[in-house]
Design a protein around this ligand. Structure first.
Ligand code: NAP
Ligand code: MG
Length: 412
């Protein structure tokens, strides 16, 4: 059989630990036999980032701007523990996702991958809840300081027109005799352009997927910062109101704590727009409540058009250590497969390559068919409530699971 040809490269960002192992297995077993894969490869593994002083991450993000579509493997964000584990690290490199998102800007859309035989933990949920996570700024671009001793902290803005604004953040209770100990400070920002693009992406996604749009912040406490997000969403809402109404869709704003309570009582089937940190936390809650961290798609949509497909979970470190000891692990590759299928389909759509588009669909159909046949990884087996047609769910290794998908993979 002729392999599917590609005309424009896909930006391939390799990663770390167990997901790096799955990455290669997915390519070998599910993609390379069918697709004459054309990629521009960037190794975002921790040691490669270290060797290049993290230049490789910036290059990969810029290549995504150039070619339009990227697929990314999960990567380690080093912390103090990793600094001990990898003594050769020159510094505690920043989160690659943070770096990429601040270059591409945009919104990350995360949708749970659901199958009939696994019911959501929340009984009322009848349809998946999509998280739309703003991908720029806030604490992910925060500047922090820990100061010892008494003192005063200010927020200062120096305008290029000469205007300076200064506001006190904190003052020690009594200068010189401070009983409060050290003080920790944080400066965060966002921009109108980024928030507006976030709002527009959310309305467009809600309209194209025909779902209501919810948005939540804490504007009662953060009247200026969160209040600005709310204001921009309201302005953008007027631009999309007609299209939304024509489809019977609603835009609904509420406080984040109220939103959490309402989500738990909802039927699902809407887009929940969240600020960067809220989206980070809530997408893990939503994916786990629908099944597993590994059963969620994640795509970064940049306002200028590029898209980066990834898994929402991390590098699954505990499984990797077992893999290093020679154990065959049962790590769920679904989210990583769907990152590949999404990226190949998008590449196909942009290049008018029908065969590549169809292959993306076929890969997902085969993956879901395997799960429906009761063949799954360890994380899912215990979640099957009532298997149909006498199917007894069984847990297999990642390698066997991918072989089973390959057996069901019939390019359309
Ligand atoms: P994680 O890798 O998502 O894993 C947390 C736990 O969730 C695992 O120990 C495992 O539970 C379960 N899990 C996650 N994905 C799974 C899968 N595909 N199949 C089966 N079980 C899965 O998160 P973490 O342990 O907090 O972080 C590990 C590393 O990943 C860190 O260095 C972090 O910086 C990085 N990270 C990267 C990204 C990214 O690049 N997108 C995102 C988050 C974290 P059991 O061990 O109980 O089986
Ligand atoms: Mg996270």
């Amino acid at each position: 059989m002729d392999r599917i040809r590609m005309t424009v490269p896909l930006v391939e960002m390799d990663g770390d630990e167990m997901t790096r192992i799955l990455w290669q297995m997915i390519k070998d077993k599910l993609i390379l036999p069918y697709v004459d894969l054309l990629t521009e490869y960037y190794d975002l593994g921790l040691l490669s980032r270290n060797d290049t002083d993290d230049r490789i991450t910036v290059d990969a993000a810029n290549a995504t701007k150039k070619y339009g579509v990227a697929v990314k493997c999960a990567t380690i964000t080093p912390n103090t523990q990793r600094m001990e584990e990898y003594p050769q690290l020159k510094k505690m490199w920043l989160s690659p996702n943070g770096t990429i998102r601040s270059i591409l800007d945009g919104t990350v859309f995360r949708v749970p991958i659901t199958i009939d035989i696994i019911k959501p933990v929340v009984k009322t949920w009848e349809a998946p809840i999509t998280i739309a996570r703003h991908a720029y700024g806030d604490v992910y671009k925060g500047v922090e300081m820990k100061c010892d001793g008494a003192g005063t902290a200010y927020l200062v803005f120096e305008g290029i027109n000469g205007e300076t604004r200064k506001q006190m953040i904190y003052e020690s209770p009594e200068q010189g005799s401070d009983g409060a100990g050290s003080v920790v400070l944080q400066g965060v920002h966002n921009t109108e352009r980024s928030v507006r693009a976030f709002a527009q992406a959310c309305f467009r996604y809600a309209i194209s997927s025909k779902q209501d749009l919810w948005f939540s912040t804490k504007d009662t406490i953060s009247k200026v910062y969160d209040g600005y997000f709310k204001e921009i969403f309201e302005q953008e809402c007027t631009n999309y109101q007609e299209q939304m109404s024509a489809l019977g869709l609603e835009y609904f704003y509420t406080l984040i704590d109220d939103a959490v309570a309402r989500v738990m009582r909802s039927k699902g089937g809407f887009v929940w727009a969240c600020k960067n940190y809220d989206g980070d936390v809530m997408s893990d809650m939503i994916s786990t409540a629908f099944g597993s961290l590994a059963m969620m798609t994640s795509v970064l949509v940049s306002p200028d058009g590029p898209m980066e497909f990834e898994a929402a979970h991390g590098t699954v470190t505990r499984h990797y250590y077992r893999h290093l000891k020679g154990e065959q692990t049962s790590t769920n590759p679904i989210a990583t497969i769907f990152a590949w299928s999404g990226a190949l389909r998008e590449r196909g759509e942009r290049d008018g390559n029908q065969a590549l588009r169809d292959f993306g669909d076929a890969l997902e159909i085969a993956s879901l068919a395997t799960l429906k046949a009761g063949i799954m990884t360890q994380d899912l087996v215990g979640l099957v409530e009532q298997a149909e047609d006498g199917i007894v769910p069984r847990s297999v290794t990642s390698s066997v699971f991918l072989d089973e998908i390959a057996l069901r993979l019939k390019p359309l």
